[in-house]
Write a protein that binds this ligand. Sequence first.
Ligand code: ATP
Length: 191
Amino acid sequence: MQRIGLFGGSFNPVHLGHLLVARAAQEELQLSRLFFIPAAQSPFKPGLVLAPPEQRLRLLRLALAGRTGCEIDDQEIKRGGISYTIDSVRDYARRFPGARLFYLIGADHVPQLPKWREAIDLARLVEVVVIPRPGQLATPLPVPFRGHALAGFPLGVSSSQIRDRVRAGLPIDLLVGPAVAEAIRNNRLYL
Ligand code: ATP
């Protein structure tokens, strides 16, 4: 049986916290494949102007280059508009009948899960995988969600922190990796 990980987010930009989430899930859940699914626009950050989708995709490609088992799925970008997890999850359920689908989220998202669109169907289709995030209390999964909490590699870095640092002219290399940092600089993103 295939074990497929799904990792949605704005990835604005991708950072080492995301990569450590991915690594923890791959190792602890023995995933056969792990898909990063960048959102066109998050329903929970409606006012936030994101870097253009092709730039966020470019950064993801750089960050994931050479990482076996990690793939990028641009279906939410292609659909455009507000991205709802249930739409992408249904697509995976159709494409991989019988597979176990694991949906990765940082601990900060757990309390909001019941508010996600079509939460009951979502809870039926995926096992939620919660990755610890420093500063977030570990809360139990709300009913009817089921899933796993990983040990992970807790790292207190966020995309907003990266954007703030770029704007302030502070270095980000160690937080996003050298290739992503260089692309952010060359394309004058997040200034
Ligand atoms: P922002 O600071 O703009 O809100 P973010 O750093 O939370 O962004 P997202 O792309 O919104 O990044 O996150 C995608 C997913 O990755 C979410 O489930 C989020 O909880 C999780 N995540 C992001 N950073 C971390 C981290 N350092 N540790 C654990 N989970 C994380």
